[in-house]
Ligand binder design. Sequence first.
Ligand SMILES: [Zn+2]
Ligand SMILES: [Zn+2]
Length: 1021
Amino acid sequence: MKRVFQPLPPTPDHVELEHEILDWWDEEQVFERLRERNRGGPTWSFIDGPITANNPMGVHHAWGRTLKDVFQRYKALRGCDERYQNGFDCQGLWVEVEVEKSLGLNSKREIEEYGLDRFAERCKERVAEFSEVITDQSRRLGMWMDWDNDYYTHSDTNIEYIWRFLKEVHRRGWLYKGHRSTQWCPRCGTSLSQHEQAGEDKYRELAHPSLYVRFPLRDRDSESLLVWTTTPWTLPANVAAAVKPDAEYGRRPSGEWVAVARYPDDEFVDRVRGEELVGLSYEGPFDHLPAQAEVDHRVIPWDEVALDEGTGIVHIAPGCGAEDFELSRIHDLPVLTPVNESGRFYPAYGELEGLSTDEARDPIVDSLRERGLLAEATEITHRYPICWRCATPLIFRVVDDWFISCDEIRQPLLDANQEVEWTPSFYGKRMDDWLRNMGDWNISRKRYFGLPLPFYPCHACETLNVVGSKAELEERATAGLAQLQELHRPWIDEVTIRCDECGEEGLRRIPEVGDAWLDAGIVPLSTLGWQNSVWIEHGYATGAAAGLTGADLPDHAYWETWFPADWVSEMREQIRLWFYSISFMAMTLVGRLPYRSVLTYEKVHDETGRAMHKSWGNAIEANEALDRMGADVMRWLFCGQVPSQNVNFGYGPANEVKRRLLTFWNSVGFLVTYANVAGWRPSWGVEPASAHPLDRWLVARTRQLHAELEDAYERFWTPTVTESFERFVDDLSNWYIRRSRRRFWDGDSDALATLWWALTRALQGVAPVMPFLAEHLWQNLVAGPCPDAPESVHLASWPDRASLDEPLLEEIADVRRVVELGRQARSSSGLKLRQPLRRLVVQGAGPAQGHADEIAEELRVKEVEFGTVDAVQVRVKPNLPLLGPKLGKELGPVRAALEAGEFEQLAGGGVRVNGYELRPDEVLVERSGRPGWAVAEDDGVTVALSTELDDELLREARVLDLIHHVNTVRREQGLELTDRIRLTIPRADEDVLQYAGWIARETLAVAVEAGDVPEPTIEKT
Ligand SMILES: [Zn+2]
Ligand SMILES: [Zn+2]
């Protein structure tokens, strides 16, 4: 007889079946058919935050990409029309740094020597290479996207849209050039903005010198200010010293002034308030350097001087610190910028010229020591900011950067954020916090392969010309158009334009490029064709993106349809990055946020909960994980995680997932085995109609699963999806199948049809989370035997929600609870499962009453009684940390009374003893079975299991052991399920022959006899 279903191996080979399914999807064009089917359906708009096309995808990306795919698949099952556009982030510091590394370039000078044109080509090559790698990896993960039509942020189209934004920002008067103290990476040679540097991992524990330095006061013989610094390189740029005006300062016998609060035990020969020191003049630590020639060093007041570290007198170098710079504005201090963009000293710093801030440390310390200015030199280890891209310790520099003022946009953004549905919800507050505290947006980077800022200052009339499009550039150009291959340096730098205001020609672009978050922030407008009059086929594939993608530039009507996104999802860090930048840009241009709801998630850590780092050896490559655990297992692991907590990722957790999925696999295997034995065939589209109570229950339970999954998907909450499914599989396997075995052995078609229906429904429900395994099993269970069924589980429609038989569900839930408690009671008593027992008393599970026989059978007890459990013994002990102080010497008698059981339990959990009423938290209540009983309770249900054994019970246990043993031997000897045997047992066990009929039935024996054998022996007949 031909088998209807393919037999299942004992375990699924996830990796192998996933490759088969990928090929099959391709051959059958399943994704294309799904999109075709849903075209014209209700739209569900998702906008993808771009992944940087700079390195292979990591497992930390796989979490987010899994979630994106899960919800797109779910919405597709529900018939939604979707866009499926993937995005790549393609320019800016990320890409530059990696290309520099691969070319062995170590500074901006070396990049310029290499040639900006060649450098740009290398950056584009890297993007092309890794966008392909990431595409392959994402397909392997099961991600269904419109892979040939990705957006690339380095396309001219994307750049032009940002230009339009910048022109609008300028029109509103928000654009300005700021002279500011900013965090600066000396290796990358650029400033970094607040949002780039805000993450926790942007700091490292570093050792720095800790110096106490004397600044001698002028006109005060042998008196000096004592200051503390951990950045010696800033001392040559010192211009002032700050004191706290209302703090007390004291002069040591040595002449050093310090804050008294810092040295309360020191001896002082003079004490004054800080304000009395203000205005004093002192000798700077490096007055001999040319840069210091004009500086008049004075003591200034500053309320923020800290009195919890240092000396209470702060050295001020406005060119080397943000607060110092602010003070220079207030007190009109000179600003000395000691180092250039590579962090090396300028010529005006004499012997320090050309040294890096690190290299200058020793000469500075030596010089101070020689001149008797160094009071003390040690080391300190502290948290210090490092470059988010290259991990170089940052310094502060005062530079000119371009900023967008956020004063006017802040409130509209805050208001709009109140309407967004954040998951988990508290992330919405994080967004509020960010918006309330965000500083002006620093948009300029002194780099090469990035968005060229279209700013053309006019040297004649001082107007800032901002170009808003390529067409405008072409119209105003006075030279350089012919060689403009794309909107990137160096080509864009050759184009000069005419001033709008005065007509002056030959205006040059400023050299800066833009913050990469402008590139990613514009995509809700640039990829959807906002304000584009005609649909342009492949119109997005311009400039550097030409040839990489076939993406169209849609028209404005399309934008109207798909904007804003119904849903976006990125990791929590993106609150201050991508969510911020898309919000800022869309609010500016169209007055709305570009998304309605957000799912945010945390980080991927290793399986012990540590952050993953290549250098720590605990990082797992995405390819390795895909090859070793398989995509479905990865996806299940990610989806099972509550997204507001880091996920612990690794092979241990993956094996745990596999183990749980195996229960489902085995349930399918069970159906396949017995359906094939019975020659049973399923029919597609028939709802099960069996009247058998277990079948009715499984149908209700499956509908309940379906409703739970639907609710969870609608809330974007995958942990409930995996949890509901796992609970369902437990019910299916450990109740339905377990209780129905005999019906399957008998080939009962009602049981087969009901189980088949339940399994196929479950497959549909979890297909978005484990698309491969669901498809593989669907092929076997549904598509193979049912020619009229959907060929793919992903092409089957999401079933309608059916009303639930709640009373029946509660009834069986109670039965399962009683059985579970019965098992707990059994295991607490130490009795083995095969030991029959006399009696079980159940209290508090009324709906389970009709199932006494099933409970008795499951728990192997002869009698189940519903009533009051009085077999419980309550022991109360004092909670000593609380009661000790409260009762004092009364504690002894109270404890004795409790021990003797002389107490009364009060409603609510308290206890009355010796005239005291003790609160529930003041006592520890232990409940246990009286001798001869094992008790378990949970959530209002209590069961008591009689543990007393008699000869009959003991004999029955031996019979069960024997049956188990014989069936194990049958399997070991390779007997078929239908083979009959002759069984011989040792004469010592002759007394169990009174149960020969029972034994024969359970072992398919035609004869059971005692004989001269050392152990039970079987013979096939
Ligand atoms: Zn850097
Ligand atoms: Zn002009």
